[in-house]
Design a binder for this molecule. Structure first.
Ligand code: ZN
Length: 265
C-alpha cells in the first residue's frame, strides 16, 4: 500500500519539496519514499517517510544487495538526513532555500553517549557547472564534553587525487584536516577539500568512538557548515625541503594540529 495522500502532503510540506539528502529543491520531481521498505513491514506513517529527488531516490532505492557495490544507505542515516532537513525547514520557515553553490548535508549529527558509537555519512556538494577549490568545512560541537580530537573522519569518495612525494612517502593532500581555535575562541575542525569538480560530491564517514564520558542528560551533536571556498586553485608544488600547499584560512585561526587524510584503497 502506498502512503495515504495526507501523509504524502505532510512530508512534502515539511520538506518544502526539497530532497532530504541533497537538500535541492525538486519541485514536482520528488518521491515520498519508504525508509523501511513495505516488504520489510515498513509502515505508511509519516515516521517512515522521506522526500527524495529523483537522483537520490535512484541511489537509495536501487541498491542491489546481491551485487553490493559501494555503501548502502542505512535506515538511521536516512532518518538523520530527514530529521535534520525538517528541523532546518521548521526553524527557517521564511528563509530562502540555501543557495550556496557548495552545500553540506547533514548540517548536524547527533552523537551517542555511554556505550553508543555513531557512524554517519557527510556529503559535500558542488551544485555548479564549474570547479571550486579549497572548500572549507567547519566542524563544531555543541558541548565541551565532546572531544573533537577523537572524531574519526574518513574520505569515502569524491576528493580529487593529487599525489605528492614527501620524504619518500606518497601522500594524498586532497583533504586536509586541521584542529584549530577559531575567531570566536571555539575549538573546531576544518576540513579543507583541495578541489571539487562540477556537480561533484565528496563523501566522508564521520565516526565517534564509544563515549562513556558523555553525560546522558544532554544531547550532544556535531555541526557542519561550509565556511569558505575559492574560485581559484591554491598554489602547490615541491621545493628542496619537501612538498607544499598554500592555504588561505577563511578566518584568523590558531592551528593546533594538522593532518592529511589518507584514503584506503
Ligand atoms: Zn537529492
Amino acid at each position: 500500500m502506498p502512503f495515504p495522500n495526507k501523509v504524502k502532503e505532510e512530508a512534502l510540506v515539511k520538506s518544502r519539496r526539497c530532497c532530504c539528502i541533497c537538500n535541492e529543491f525538486a519541485g514536482v520531481y520528488v518521491n515520498v519514499h519508504h525508509i523501511v521498505h513495505e516488504s520489510k513491514k515498513g509502515s505508511n506513517t509519516i515516521e517512515n517517510a522521506i522526500v527524495l529527488c529523483l537522483k537520490c531516490h535512484g541511489e537509495v532505492g536501487h541498491y542491489n544487495e546481491k551485487h553490493p557495490i559501494g555503501k548502502k544507505y542505512s535506515v538511521d542515516e536516512l532518518k538523520n538526513h530527514r530529521d535534520n532537513w525538517w528541523e532546518w525547514c521548521h526553524d527557517n520557515p521564511s528563509v530562502p532555500l540555501p543557495k550556496n553553490p557548495v552545500s553540506v548535508s547533514p548540517s548536524r549529527i547527533e552523537l551517542g553517549h555511554g556505550e553508543w558509537r555513531t557512524k554517519s555519512l557527510l556529503n559535500i556538494y558542488n551544485k555548479e557547472e564549474r570547479f571550486y577549490y579549497q572548500v572549507c568545512v567547519k566542524i563544531g560541537t555543541e558541548s565541551n564534553e565532546v572531544q573533537l580530537e577523537n572524531i574519526g573522519i574518513e574520505p569515502i569518495k569524491g576528493a580529487n587525487d593529487l599525489k605528492l612525494q614527501a620524504n619518500s612517502i606518497e601522500v594524498d593532500p586532497s583533504v586536509i584536516r586541521m584542529l584549530c581555535i577559531d575567531q570566536a575562541d571555539n575549538k573546531v575542525i576544518l576540513l579543507i577539500i583541495r578541489s571539487m569538480e562540477p556537480h561533484g560530491v565528496c563523501t566522508f564517514e564521520i565516526q565517534q568512538p564509544t563515549s562513556p564520558s558523555l553525560s546522558s542528560e544532554k544531547t550532544h551533536g556535531l555541526t557542519f557548515a561550509i565556511s569558505s571556498f575559492s574560485e581559484e586553485p591554491a598554489a602547490s608544488g615541491e621545493s628542496s625541503t619537501g612538498a607544499f600547499i598554500n592555504f588561505i584560512p577563511p578566518e584568523p585561526l590558531t592551528v593546533l594540529r594538522l593532518a592529511m587524510l589518507l584514503r584506503r584503497i
